[in-house]
Design a protein around this ligand. Structure first.
Ligand SMILES: [Mg+2]
Length: 120
């Protein structure tokens, strides 16, 4: 398993070898990420939470999950590569922003949106 830069290079080479860059625009790459995320959800569709957790211990279901997670990541890397998004920097910035929105002492153990916290 390489780091993000190695993966970005791997995905770029795959795309360029097939001359698929022409199809890669912000609209379609964004849609592809959402579609692959939906395929990930499909693995667990109509299962209870317990059944979904059990599926993660089932080798075949787990392979499907890993394949869809990879598809999401591949299109995410493609979008980032095409438009020069530094994924590591974007994630670091977003986690810092979220830390400001969700102070640990206020949200520990609670699933609450930050807009609701402002009312407290
Ligand atoms: Mg897929």
């Amino acid at each position: 398993m390489g780091d993000l830069e190695d993966l970005r290079t791997l995905v770029r080479a795959f795309i360029e070898e097939r001359d698929w860059v022409r199809f890669h625009n912000a609209k379609d790459l964004s849609a592809a990420i959402a579609i692959e995320a939906a395929e990930l959800q499909e693995v667990f569709l109509w299962k209870t939470r317990e059944e979904a957790d059990a599926a993660m211990r089932d080798p075949e279901a787990r392979r499907r999950v890993e394949a869809e997670v990879a598809d999401v990541m591949i299109f995410l890397l493609s979008l980032a590569d095409r438009y020069g998004v530094d994924l590591a920097a974007a994630v670091e910035r977003k986690v810092r922003e979220n830390a400001g929105k969700y102070p640990a002492d206020k949200v520990r153990g609670r699933a609450v949106k930050y807009t609701e916290l402002k009312k407290e």
